[in-house]
Design a protein around this ligand. Structure first.
Ligand SMILES: [Ca+2]
Ligand SMILES: [Ca+2]
Ligand SMILES: [Ca+2]
Ligand SMILES: [Ca+2]
Length: 437
């Protein structure tokens, strides 16, 4: 079983937003209009005409859509509509959001919405009212702490007019998905504990021509920032959201999902009535992800095994146990275990016959990982070694698995290894932590 390359942010010194919209905000987003050609140039001409003078395009700071001109086929007629944000030189205390469409000949204005907010957190698309046309979800950055305000815009496929829906929601992060299995999208939004907000997850649904709060649940008040929100299948047929958060020190994950039979929103593992330590609390910034591409999101639990080392030349390598949530008992079930070298950026998935039987160590310079058979709580016989050389310098009978940038990742299996493993398994179970993922 091979896990796909992961983006492990701590190893790379960057932070990642895996889908959804979070509070992440690092660029005011002002820029000169880009030089464009073709369709973009035509759209830009319409923006110029609408702005009627100097203008600066703005773009969302986070989420999947971050370009100055966002195109998306809202009504499914195979022709994209376009969304853009700008401020004018005359009135830079306002932001305009345009929805535009092409009538087959030229680009025309569907909506020119004006707001006092200056910055855009994110844009997403989802159809919440079952009419086959996606609504535009726009989060503006408010002037209150790290809160954003979600606004929704409806595009009429017949008249091609856009209008703002009478609905507002404050959030630190949000995403959309079909969380109650009724075939249409809901909004799942999250707030952090602050002077203005409680730490809460809110599920907003649509019925009888209005958006309303379907369910809420408490979240962990010690989370200071949302790192990423991943929406998808979490277990069984349940769609939920894995919320990776930053703590004062370290990181954790909460999984939020809806139970239709109880009409309740559930948080794993946070429950104010039955407080338990969060088993996902970790020092490394590793995010939840579908690591084995089986369609279910795995949650990382990092364990530093209690193993006695006689030598001070090496340390125990952390084990990441990627688990799936069982929504019947709200418990994580171990799925895939790997040992990780954060410094040189790779994972090695432990084969079944290694799991619970082995200890992995890292040399002090982190170049050498040794995997031993366990003897009580001490490393026993050496099974195999993974060693990182600078490209072209490998010696000592090591075979190369792959090379990346200046490094060759190599391995050697001991001739009389106390546990069996073959070359193919080593190569299959090795995965680089890919910076470009
Ligand atoms: Ca369209
Ligand atoms: Ca719709
Ligand atoms: Ca739904
Ligand atoms: Ca998976």
């Amino acid at each position: 079983m091979k896990i796909k390359p992961l983006l492990l942010a701590a190893a790379l010194g960057v932070s990642s937003i895996l889908g959804g919209c979070s509070l992440s905000f690092n660029d005011p987003g002002m820029l000169h209009p880009p030089k464009t050609t073709g369709r973009e140039a035509e759209i830009q001409k319409l923006i110029e005409q609408t702005a009627g003078g100097d203008y600066m395009l703005k773009y969302p700071a986070s989420g999947q859509y971050r370009s100055a001109i966002i195109t998306e086929d809202l009504d499914g007629d195979k022709n994209d509509e376009a969304i853009a944000f700008y401020s004018t030189g005359d009135d830079n205390a306002k932001t305009h959001m345009l929805i535009m469409y092409n009538d087959g000949k030229k680009w025309k204005l569907s909506l020119n919405y004006e707001t006092d907010y200056l910055d855009i957190n994110c844009v997403q698309f989802a159809d919440y009212d079952y009419d086959g046309t996606a609504e535009v979800f726009t989060g503006f950055v408010t002037f209150t702490g790290s809160l954003n305000e979600l606004n929704i815009f409806d595009y009429d496929a017949e008249t091609r007019a856009g209008q703002r829906v009478d609905f507002k929601l404050n959030y630190n992060a949000f995403t959309t998905g079909d969380y109650d299995e009724d075939g249409a999208s809901e909004i799942l939004s999250f707030t952090l504990k602050s002077n203005d907000t409680d730490a809460v997850a809110t599920l907003t649904d649509y019925d009888k021509n209005r958006l309303y709060t379907l369910a809420k649940c408490a979240m962990d008040e010690t989370v200071t920032k949302f790192e990423s929100v991943s929406s998808g299948l979490i277990g069984g047929k349940t769609t939920g959201v894995a919320v990776d958060g930053m703590l004062e020190s370290g990181y954790n994950t909460q999984v939020i999902y809806y139970l239709p039979e109880n009409k309740s929103l559930v948080n794993f593992p946070h429950n104010p009535k039955k407080p338990v330590p969060n088993p996902t609390t970790r020092t490394y910034n590793v995010g939840s992800d579908d690591v084995d591409d089986d369609g279910f999101i795995e949650i990382p639990v990092i364990k530093e095994p209690v193993i006695t080392l006689d030598s001070t030349d090496e340390t125990i390598a952390p084990i990441i146990s990627w688990g799936n949530l069982n929504t019947r008992n709200n418990k994580l079930e171990d799925d895939i275990k790997c040992v990780t070298n954060f410094e040189f950026g790779y994972n090695f998935t432990l084969p079944d016959n290694f799991s619970g039987n082995t200890a992995a160590t890292l040399s002090n310079d982190k170049r050498t990982m040794k995997i031993y058979a366990l003897n009580g709580n001490k490393p026993g016989g050496l099974v195999m070694t993974i060693k990182v050389f600078n490209v072209g310098t490998a010696t000592g009978g090591y075979s190369t698995i792959e090379s990346f940038n200046q490094y060759s990742y190599t391995y050697k299996i001991e001739p009389d290894a106390p546990l069996s493993i073959n070359d193919q398994t080593v190569k299959e179970n090795f995965a680089l932590i890919d910076a470009s993922a």
